[in-house]
Design a protein around this ligand. Structure first.
Ligand code: UD1
Length: 416
């Protein structure tokens, strides 16, 4: 099993170019299932999650051509299967996003039921409620969810919770339904706006993406397009926290600062200097840092996908910080690993109480999920001695060449 090995103590200094967003590219690749034309997708990050979603599309008959390291051509003119098997859905929960487009294109979709995962049970009831409201019949058989709809009709759908995946699945389905679909209490994440822009560039009619009310006017068919993926705000945020914990200085290129507002605000509150420079961000941590409280919320609140990285940072910031996780249950697995590095963290229900200390010490640790993995690298960068991180397949799912990027700004980090 491969490991990432970090020798702590180096201040990061230099420039990093942020890759295309994982959480945007996955739904965009899936949405090309809606098109009977040719889709070119640019600024695709190199991630194992991208490989998995391409395998899912290949399984249903899509033709995918790799043009270069960051460009894909996808043609879904002749999709002919309506099933996403257990092999893929168990590897990556976002595979369930193909359900809506398959239902819309083929009138039927069969998806392995998502099981539990490291960060909570993560049901997809809101996705299914949306399909039902549009006229689909849903049944569960042998561990699979089967949705059937000879004809999908636009509907008014109120989401009990602004789920990112449910909003995306309903937008995609509604794009080829008869009539108008309105999603109320929709998720407002920037990745949803990127998805809507992609569908609209194929001839879709989606309005209000990025707000609580999204209106989708169904069209008969969607055609060809070229689309560039937005920068990854969570990758950018992870490097910002890494700069902060090492007392370093980084210039991040290819950033949309607007998407990072809650992350920037927290880092400034902690005492980090941040400046917008063109389409980039300059980060410097030279002052003493202060403890803060953080509560994760749906966008535009503080992202749950940044909670673990901030926890690493706050373990070495003097004072008491409280991190409250409201989006996912059971998303504190990294706390146990950080304790192995000497951190003082107590979990009290949905909150983690962190008592900042002078420094962490390197240890053997394991990534329990993607962001937990990034948090352990960040902790290792500041720890005394060597940190060896196992289960790094989690990290490869969502960070494009993270070891190379950290090395390029002076980190002592390698894979072995
Ligand atoms: C997406 C992101 C993930 C991020 C999360 C929250 C992708 C590929 N993944 O995941 O990185 O952490 O948004 O910002 O974009 N829920 C239900 N019923 C549903 C759907 C969701 O109860 O039908 C619950 C979930 O269990 C969870 C919460 O809603 O507690 C948020 O989930 P959701 O917004 O759907 O996240 P994902 O789309 O899975």
């Amino acid at each position: 099993m491969e490991k990432i090995i970090v020798q702590g103590g180096k201040q990061l200094k230099g420039t990093i170019t942020v890759s295309g967003a994982k959480n945007a590219v996955l739904p965009v690749i899936v949405a090309s299932l809606l098109s009977d034309g040719a889709c070119r997708i640019q600024d695709v990050p190199r991630l194992t999650d991208v490989e998995t979603i391409c395998d899912v599309l290949g399984e249903v008959g899509a033709k995918i051509k790799i043009i270069d390291a960051h460009t894909l051509d996808i043609n879904c003119n002749k999709i002919n299967k309506f099933e996403a098997s257990y092999e893929y859905v168990s590897k990556m929960r976002a595979s369930n996003l193909v359900m809506g487009p398959l239902l819309a294109r083929l009138g039927k979709a069969k998806i392995s039921m998502p099981g539990g995962c490291a960060i909570g049970t993560r049901p997809i009831d809101l996705h299914l409620k949306g399909f039902e409201a549009m006229g689909a019949r849903i049944k569960l058989e042998h561990g699979y969810i089967i949705a059937e709809a000879p004809r999908l009709t636009g509907a008014r759908i109120y989401l009990d919770y602004p789920s990112v995946g449910a909003t995306e699945n309903i937008i995609m389905t509604g794009s080829l339904a008869h009539g108008v679909t309105v999603i109320e209490n929709a998720a407002e994440e920037p990745e949803i706006v990127d998805l809507a822009n992609f569908i609209n560039s194929m001839g879709g009619r989606i309005k209000g993406a990025g707000t609580k009310i999204v209106k989708i006017e169904g069209v008969k068919n969607l055609g060809s397009t070229t689309h560039t993926i937005i920068p990854d705000r969570i990758e950018a945020g992870s490097f910002m926290v890494a700069a902060a914990i090492t007392g370093g200085e980084l210039m991040l290129e290819n950033v949309i600062a607007d998407h990072l507002k809650p992350v920037i605000a927290k880092l400034i509150e902690i005492g980090v200097e941040i400046e917008e420079v063109g389409n980039g961000l300059y980060i410097r941590a030279s002052n003493p840092l202060k403890a803060v409280d953080i509560k994760t919320l749906p966008y535009p609140g503080f992202p749950t996908d940044m909670q673990a990285q901030f926890m690493s940072l706050l373990t070495v910031v003097q004072g008491t910080s409280v991190l409250t996780e409201t989006v996912f249950e059971n998303r504190f697995m990294h706390a146990e690993e950080l304790r192995r590095m000497g951190a003082d963290i107590k979990i009290e229900g949905r909150s983690a109480v962190v008592e900042g200390m002078n420094r962490l010490t390197g240890a053997l640790v394991r990534a329990s999920d993607l962001r937990a993995g990034a948090a352990l690298i960040i902790a290792g960068l500041a720890a005394e001695g060597v940190t060896e991180i196992g289960n790094i397949y989690h990290i490869d799912r969502g960070y494009d060449r993270i070891v190379d990027k950290f090395r390029s700004v002076g980190a002592n980090i390698s894979r072995s």
